[in-house]
Design a protein around this ligand. Structure first.
Ligand SMILES: *Cc1c(COP(=O)(O)O)cnc(C)c1O
Length: 340
């Protein structure tokens, strides 16, 4: 039975749940891991994570399906992505099979925190990994901690998804050959100033360009982007400095194999934005958020789908993917991990 909670009015913020998973890496190996109730971490003042930001994370959700199962969506891809990120940051990857087992384990322990079916709320799962022992010179830590905590989060859009407004900032997110393709905390630290500035100016998010030429569309600070052409092709930017969103990869599959649409991953130039009829952000938190307008300094791109509701194709993609996640539509093999 679920906790007694006002699930519909929950926001997207941290709420302490009962249990979290922790495993420590020392002397070249990971320990067996355990479940703990302690949400606080005590570390040395010179821990590598504090001085040199040696940390990365993942984000996924557990939710109830129509049939009452508790499931999560493609956790194997989060496990793989975190391992890729860890290697890029010179951290020992947490074994992928153990990552999935730990997710299952920590959700089972917090099962009463998984919101009821139909509430729109979900249990957000946050795996993270950081360098723990003191370092002084610039080098990777020798000791690490891998943790997973959970927090119930409310429906991302209360009262339906309203289109948002993006701006093209004068800041860049990712350098060529840098860390844009991995889920490193440092990518977020340096995006905070740009997001605060965007909010102050009345925009919802920043849409970043490729920093080498500043002519191509990449993504926002925490979500990938898709476009729909006037002849209903679903297009997404191709770039080595974009974070490979699991939601985006799933949506492209759904567009092609469930909706019979043409799909394309290719370079998208800023100049082409006027040619698309729909635009949306995609990521675990909201699945899809429609974009109504993009401000590129004095140039304003108004997508024909407008500022009132999701575009027609965006809505179909949203309904199909969330239908698959909630067990209303049959999922491709291996997409749904049943926890209980
Ligand atoms: C996490 C993240 C996304 C979304 O990825 P999902 O796997 O779909 O949640 C997109 N862009 C960035 C920069 C991210 O960190």
């Amino acid at each position: 039975m679920e906790k007694n909670f006002d699930w519909e009015n929950l926001g997207f913020g941290y709420i302490k749940t009962d249990y979290r998973y922790v495993s420590e890496y020392k002397n070249g190996s990971w320990d067996e891991g355990k479940i703990t109730t302690d949400e606080n971490i005590t570390i040395n003042e010179s821990a590598c994570v504090l001085q040199y930001a040696q940390t990365c994370f993942e984000g996924l959700k557990a939710y109830k399906t129509e049939k009452g199962n508790v499931v999560c969506f493609r956790p194997d891809l989060n496990a793989k992505r975190m391992a890729d990120t860890a290697l890029r940051l010179e951290m020992p990857p947490f074994p992928e099979n153990r990552f999935i087992d730990a997710v299952v384990n920590v959700v089972k322990k917090n099962i009463s925190w998984v919101p009821p079916y139909g509430s729109g709320a979900t249990l957000y799962i946050r795996p993270f990994l950081f360098g723990k022992n003191p370092v002084m010179g610039v080098k990777p830590a020798d000791e690490y901690e891998f943790r997973i905590f959970t927090s119930p989060v409310g429906p991302y859009f209360k009262g339906g998804a309203k289109p948002i407004i993006l701006r093209v900032p004068d800041y860049d997110r990712a350098a060529p050959h840098g860390t844009g393709h991995v889920k490193a905390g440092l990518n977020y630290a340096m995006s905070l100033h740009a997001i605060c500035e965007a909010h102050k100016l009345g925009f919802n998010e920043n849409i970043y360009l490729d920093s080498a030429t500043r002519t191509k569309i990449e993504e926002t600070g925490g979500a990938n982007i898709i476009f729909v052409t006037k002849d209903n092709k679903v297009v997404t930017p191709k770039s080595p400095t974009i974070l490979p969103s699991i939601t985006r990869r799933s949506l492209m599959y759904v567009a092609k194999n469930y909706l019979g649409l043409k799909t394309e991953e290719r370079e998208i130039f800023k100049e082409e934005l006027n040619e698309f009829k729909e635009c949306a952000l995609c990521g675990t938190a909201a699945v899809l958020s429609p974009v109504g307008k993009i401000y590129d300094h004095n140039n304003i791109i108004n997508f024909p789908a407008g500022m009132e509701k999701m575009g027609e194709i965006t809505q179909k993609l949203y309904d199909t993917l969330t239908g698959i996640q909630m067990g209303k539509i049959e999922a491709p093999e291996g997409w749904i991990k049943v926890i209980e």
